[in-house]
Design a protein around this ligand. Structure first.
Ligand code: SF4
Length: 116
């Protein structure tokens, strides 16, 4: 089986072909540099994404937030359940942590706007 991954590490957008036998990667081709291979390998084995969403603010309003690094895409719904239980308390400043260690691997949920 082959999977085509578009590397998003730079504007070249190389089309990287990952060949699998079962769940084993047997070859990776089409990448122009090693970053493309690492990206494609991660996309096939444990894809990661940065979460961007909002949480409510006590007293009214919503606060834009994001994970400060990419988290496992397969566990996004688990993380969203945690996030939906959180409310911010004013004042909040950009970079303030709303949830520490969201994924058990060091990613935090942080504010991306101030709320005075
Ligand atoms: S493989 Fe290398 S050159 Fe190609 S898009 Fe990825 S980072 Fe850019």
């Amino acid at each position: 089986m082959q999977q085509e991954i578009i590397c998003t590490n730079c504007p070249m957008g190389c089309h990287v072909i990952v060949t699998l036998e079962g769940d084993q990667i047997v070859s990776i081709t089409g990448n122009t540099c090693p970053r493309g291979e690492a990206y494609a390998r991660a996309e096939v084995t444990d894809p990661k994404r940065t979460i961007t969403t909002t949480v409510g603010i006590i007293g009214g309003g919503v606060l834009p937030v994001k994970s400060d690094r990419a988290v496992s895409k397969r566990r996004i719904s688990e993380f969203m359940e945690k996030i939906h239980q959180v409310y911010a308390v004013r004042p909040v400043h950009i970079g303030d942590k709303l949830i520490e260690d969201l994924d058990g691997d060091g990613a935090n949920l942080v504010a991306t706007q101030n709320a005075e």
